[in-house]
Design a protein around this ligand. Structure first.
Ligand SMILES: *[C@@H]1O[C@H](CO)[C@@H](O)[C@H](O)[C@H]1NC(C)=O
Ligand SMILES: *[C@@H]1O[C@H](CO)[C@@H](O)[C@H](O)[C@H]1NC(C)=O
Ligand SMILES: *[C@@H]1O[C@H](CO)[C@@H](O)[C@H](O)[C@H]1NC(C)=O
Length: 506
């Protein structure tokens, strides 16, 4: 094809594609926020600097539990580079940034005195974000539990955690709440306990035969995940109540919790598989959200788990009910669910899950531990947002993590651009269908240490070269795409003045 013919042909394709794929930042409400995320242990490094004490993830990685034997000792070196990184966020046109606070950096003994250097670090990050007009979303706790408290009383397995977690959050509200309005208490309380206390693939690596994926020396897989999650719900409620009583009137922020989410399709339309799918949703979302919205665990969990599921006293039930201002979700892909009879020694949701390419159930795509190759299903995110809105009283929802790993680290990550585009489109469709979704954060802003894959599966919009001590950052195609998509908002805002009508996205 000649060059002019090619140009005409491309234009034709563009025109053809535009009505189908075309949407811009300005199709979303202006108060909707787009951002990207990181988390402390995965990003900061500097694990033994300026008074930080170890978290359970330091211990876990140093015991060689990650496939490639990597650790977060240096990670993306965010502790030393945060100022440049915030500048990079501004250059990427991010409207918001979600990060987490390292508890053992801020309060090295787990409770008691605050580490001035830790305080200074987070104040610097927050001040830089304010300076660049980037909205701040803080995850108070993202898996990196202080080792010292795990040693003292078993961390989340003890009800003592409620008081210490509340005191930690109190420090965060007191010190940062003048500039931070969006607080999420706990990352993934509906799967973290499974990784930590059932399969053992997450720190502190506890499990019991025959459930462990790793070899554990201690633990009880059928009981501990439920205890840990129960204490997380109580701790979350305690923090939310503290904020409401002591800070909300002045600081005017909101407090939510995060849940990991799959969308679930029944593998067949049999009555059994349809029931298994519903049951699995109750175990996945209801475990955390039913107590916080309605005051108790889902009936099916109580029936299937029996006495191994802790119960709420009447006053605890009243305490947790309503202690939530918004739901944060982490979402990556969808699964198919089929019925499996409940028997001794199988998972209590009595179902199997498999990841299939939608529409071709004969073609199992992957195991859930290989996030780089799962099939895309943007409708799944749309369905999750609609389901949560309908099921849990229309609470505001933030998509706090969504993204795709790349297996080879390429800068030319066209597949990630396609993924982000289609999932943001799914978010827009959900919004138009009435889902109360308020924001979207790409996971993640730049390559970091991944809890499941070490440094092998970069999710970053920006690439980090982990073989170079300087950890240089380089924009991937996805960073450029996101940046131009978000730039449309700026252009749109200025349209009122000069009516340029430029649409940067396409
Ligand atoms: C786990 O705890 C339950 C309830 O206390 C007990 O019945 C079971 O034997 C324990 N399992 C292991 C492996 O310790
Ligand atoms: C189940 O029924 C729905 C609605 O009729 C249909 O769209 C879907 O393809 C069916 N699923 C299977 C696995 O047969
Ligand atoms: C790297 O992955 C991208 C998709 O992200 C693919 O298009 C490209 O061919 C891969 N490159 C190599 C060298 O494998």
């Amino acid at each position: 094809m000649s060059a002019p013919a090619m140009a005409v042909f491309s234009l034709f394709l563009l025109l053809l594609a535009a009505p189908v794929l075309g949407f811009t930042r300005s199709d979303f409400p202006s108060e909707f926020v787009f951002g990207a995320a990181t988390s402390a242990y995965q990003y900061e490094g500097a694990v033994a600097e300026d008074g930080r004490s170890p978290s359970i993830w330091d211990t876990f990685t140093h015991a060689g539990n990650i496939a490639d034997k990597s650790t977060g000792d240096v990670a993306s070196d965010g502790y030393h580079k945060c100022k440049d990184d915030v500048k990079l966020m501004a250059d990427t046109n991010l409207e918001a940034y979600r990060f987490s606070i390292s508890w053992s950096r801020l309060i090295p003994n787990g409770r008691g005195s605050v580490n001035p250097k830790g305080l200074e670090y987070y104040n610097n990050v927050i001040d830089e974000l304010v300076k660049h007009g980037i909205q701040i979303h803080v995850m108070i706790y993202h898996l990196d539990f202080p080792q010292i408290l795990d040693d003292e009383y078993g961390g989340w397995l003890s009800p003592r955690i409620v008081e210490d977690f509340t005191a930690f959050a109190d420090v965060c509200f007191r010190e940062f709440g003048d500039r931070v309005s969006y607080w999420t208490t706990i990352d993934e309380p509906n799967v973290g306990p499974i990784g930590s206390y059932d399969s053992g693939i997450f720190a502190p690596g506890r499990c019991s035969e025959p459930f462990g994926v790793i070899k554990c020396t201690v633990g009880n897989s059928t009981v501990e995940p439920y205890i840990a999650a129960h204490n997380m719900i109580l701790a979350h409620a305690s923090v939310t109540r503290l904020y409401r009583e002591k800070y909300q009137a002045v600081q005017k922020g909101i407090v939510g919790i995060n849940v990991y989410s799959f969308w679930t399709y029944p593998l067949t339309n049999s009555t059994e598989d349809l029931a298994a799918t519903k049951r699995y949703q109750d175990f996945m979302f209801g475990w955390t959200l039913e107590p916080l919205v309605f005051g108790d665990y889902p009936q099916v969990m109580k029936a299937n788990v029996g006495s191994r599921l802790p119960s709420f006293t009447k006053s605890q039930s009243e305490f947790v009910k309503g202690a939530i201002d918004f739901i944060g979700i982490n979402h990556y892909y969808s699964v198919y669910v089929n019925d499996r009879p409940l028997k001794q020694g199988v998972r209590d949701y009595a179902a199997d899950m498999s990841v299939y390419q939608r529409g071709s159930r004969t073609d199992p795509a992957t195991s859930e531990y290989l996030p780089s190759v799962y099939p895309d299903d943007p409708e799944g995110l749309q369905f999750v947002l609609q389901y949560l809105t309908e099921t849990y009283g229309g609470l505001p929802i933030y998509v706090q993590e969504n993204g795709k790993a790349s297996s080879n680290g390429t800068l030319d990550d066209t597949d990630r651009v396609k993924y982000l585009k289609s999932y943001i489109r799914g978010t827009l469709t959900a919004l138009r269908n009435g889902a109360n979704v308020k924001g979207y954060f790409a996971w993640n802003f730049l390559d970091i240490f991944e809890f499941l894959g070490g440094y092998q599966s970069g999710y970053g919009l920006h690439r980090v070269d982990f073989n170079d001590d300087a950890r240089p950052r380089e924009a991937r195609l996805s960073a450029r795409w996101y940046s131009s998509f978000l730039n449309n908002n700026v252009i749109h805002a200025r349209n009122e003045l000069n009516n340029t009508g430029i649409h940067a996205q396409q």
